[in-house]
Design a protein around this ligand. Structure first.
Ligand SMILES: [Zn+2]
Length: 367
């Protein structure tokens, strides 16, 4: 894909030195620099990821990476996350170049190759490229965007300015085991189960920022109904327990009100007729910005009420802070959105998932 894009860029006279392909193992990162006239010193980065999560063909009717249509819709399986925007950014660069536009500062496309998996190219691009490190800010095409309702009416345009920290812990309980014909009360599976139920029943404290309050204020007014009222009440007073309890019951919004942890995987025992010698569960957490991985781990260690539970932190979690919402950026986004949808409101939000943006934020580039 990078080779294909490079060919397209070369055809409109992007110079070889402005197209950089950075291989890393089985994947690849790519930088395409659009040189400006130097009026403004610091550049802007436009982020996107080339890789798409794989899917089993037999599970789908639509063609992978192919475009089809019926009388109402276009279908493009494998496009949205994130090849569609890679295409939009690339074709816009190509068009601007063809039209002879020279921007007042340098703009760079920064495409990663493994955002959905190891994020190795993300880390290389965010941390090891001095030409990117001096950017004023980055715009990440993999987050935010417009929403239409079921009738195709535009509702809102979202701008993501913060992400929760993603971390998984592995919890293990060990036991000397024995024969299942001679059961004992001490049992790795029962004890781990109790620990996990304690985690299920624990509610992390409610948290908020100016941005999440504003998000609920605007969304509540748009949504209306009981849920909308809860959002509005939470925005007015985040200590309103009735409102935060109501939002906690909505899987789409619980993550915006607090840190969450949930058990996602389980392995235990080794034979039908043996007492388990170990039981291991994976607990995945999405942590509110400003709270550390260590703090959450300590909380869980307390919550399980069993000192024998071994905790292992998986991978290397990236903790990133919220990016300031810049007036100039938000004004430009508004101008662009309203050119097409005059009445649509732009809303900043915090994402419960994660994107390449977290590594760029951590590297000091507001995203
Ligand atoms: Zn994505």
């Amino acid at each position: 894909m990078a080779a294909y894009l490079a060919k397209e860029f070369r055809e409109v006279d992007f110079k070889d030195e402005d197209i950089r392909i950075i291989p890393s193992g089985e994947t690849i990162g790519m930088i395409v620099r659009y040189q400006g006239d130097g009026t403004i010193d610091k550049s802007i980065l436009l982020l996107g990821h080339m890789y798409v999560v794989e899917a089993l063909d037999i599970d789908w009717d639509a063609l992978f990476f192919g475009l089809t249509q019926d009388d109402k819709y276009f279908y493009g399986r494998g496009k949205i996350d994130n090849k569609l925007v890679i295409t939009m950014l690339s074709s816009t660069f190509i068009r601007l170049k063809k039209e002879g536009v020279i921007p007042n500062r340098e703009i760079s496309l920064v495409f990663t190759g493994d955002e959905e998996t190891g994020m190795i190219t993300t880390k290389i691009l965010a941390n090891e490229r001095p030409e990117l490190a001096k950017a004023e800010y980055a715009l990440d095409s993999d987050a935010g965007g417009g929403d239409l309702d079921a009738n195709g009416k535009a509702i809102a345009y979202l701008v993501q300015a913060a992400e929760k920290t993603y971390v998984s812990f592995e919890l293990t309980l060990r036991n000397k085991g024995g024969h299942s014909s001679r059961p004992r009360p001490d049992n790795a599976i029962y004890e781990l189960s109790t620990a996990l139920l304690n985690i299920r029943d624990y509610h992390f404290p409610v948290m908020w920022s100016d941005m999440t309050r504003e998000f609920f204020k605007v969304s509540g007014a748009q949504l209306g109904g009981k849920l909308g009222q809860a959002m509005t009440a939470f925005a007015a007073d985040p200590s309103n327990k009735k409102a935060s309890d109501r939002l906690e019951t909505e899987s789409s919004y619980v993550g915006t009100t607090r840190t969450t942890c949930v058990t996602t995987m389980l392995t235990a025992g080794h034979a039908e007729n043996a007492l388990p010698q170990s039981a291991t569960a994976t607990v995945n957490c999405r942590i509110f910005p400003g709270v550390s991985v260590t703090q959450v781990k300590q909380t869980l260690q307390k919550v399980v009420e069993n000192d024998a539970v071994e905790f292992v932190t998986l991978d290397s979690p990236v903790e990133s802070l919220m990016s300031e919402l810049r007036d100039d950026v938000m004004a430009s986004v508004n101008k662009a959105v309203r050119a097409r949808y005059p009445n649509v409101q732009t809303i900043a939000y915090m994402e419960s998932g994660s994107t390449d943006g977290m590594d760029f934020r951590k590297a000091g580039i507001p995203t």
